[in-house]
Write a protein of this length. Structure first.
Ligand SMILES: C[S@@+](CC[C@H](N)C(=O)[O-])C[C@H]1O[C@@H](n2cnc3c(N)ncnc32)[C@H](O)[C@@H]1O
Length: 245
């Protein structure tokens, strides 16, 4: 069995690039999100850094904070930023989880793309509190509407991506079964073909929290955040000013 982050570090960007229509990095509703770019902007769970680059390019004068606890992903992220001078000088890579990391007092918004299902219930509660502490009034958390889902029964193996590089074709297959405590056990299979013949296969297993939108939105502390549905792909969760009596 291969470690998922090891396999994803190797195959992930090859399978994802070039960015396609279904990807949350395409057609980001920047206007509606209304980041506050005079304050630092956070990319939460940056993975290999594609989202950090997208954020940094959209706001070329802003300070960027890129939070990524996984050492393999962070290595890819560091290379991506190191190679881009215009990002390198104003991007800080933070190696802890979002709840444990240092952050400055006043931030102007955050991307939360494909990350919420990595957080358990208590971590999600702590997360909203932490964001309320560091976001200035009006700043958004731009949330991708991707929650992992809660499968009631097994999701049969299906092909979810293909890509080529040189002589090789890369394929990724996904399957899932419900597991204890509202979690999903996910099996990913990465297959490498040359001249149509399988030359390698890596199988990984991981557990993810099965979340749905209702649960995620219900947990957002009222009074601290407003919930704005932007379109069928994103919500802006906007920091409200604290009420003083
Ligand atoms: C599916 S990737 C998303 C990458 C990127 N946001 C994107 O959409 O391209 C999720 C990332 O979140 C990171 N992650 C998991 N738990 C986290 C936490 N508690 N705080 C911050 N990042 C976390 C994982 O290491 C992983 O790299």
């Amino acid at each position: 069995m291969t470690d998922e982050s090891l396999a994803w570090a190797e195959f992930g960007d090859t399978l994802r690039l070039p960015i396609n229509k279904k990807d949350y990095l395409l057609d980001i509703p920047w206007e509606e999100a209304a980041f506050v770019p005079q304050h630092p902007l956070i990319d939460i769970g940056s993975g290999s850094g594609l989202s950090t680059v997208t954020l940094g390019e959209r706001f070329p004068d802003s300070e960027i904070l890129s939070v990524e606890p996984d050492p393999l992903m962070r290595s890819l992220l560091m290379v991506r930023i190191a190679e881009r001078e215009h990002l390198r000088e104003r991007t800080t890579v933070l190696p802890d989880t979002i709840n444990a990391t240092w952050l400055p007092d006043q931030c102007g918004g955050a991307l939360l793309f494909n990350v919420i299902y990595f957080l358990g219930g208590r971590a999600r509660d702590r997360f909203w509190q932490r964001m309320a502490e560091v976001l200035v009034p009006g700043a958004p958390i731009l949330l991708s509407r991707s929650y992992g889902g809660v499968p009631e029964r097994t999701v049969e193996r299906k092909l979810t991506g293909t890509a080529t590089m040189g002589r090789h074709e890369y394929q990724r297959y996904f399957e899932a079964t419900p597991a204890f405590d509202n979690r999903m056990e996910i099996t990913n299979t990465y297959v490498v073909l040359r001249d149509g013949e399988k030359v390698r296969e890596e199988v990984t297993k991981l557990e993810a929290w099965g979340l749905d939108e209702e649960l995620v939105l219900d947990e957002i502390p009222i009074g601290k955040f407003g919930i704005e549905e932007i379109n069928d792909r994103y919500f802006a969760i906007r920091r409200l000013p604290d009420i003083r009596r």
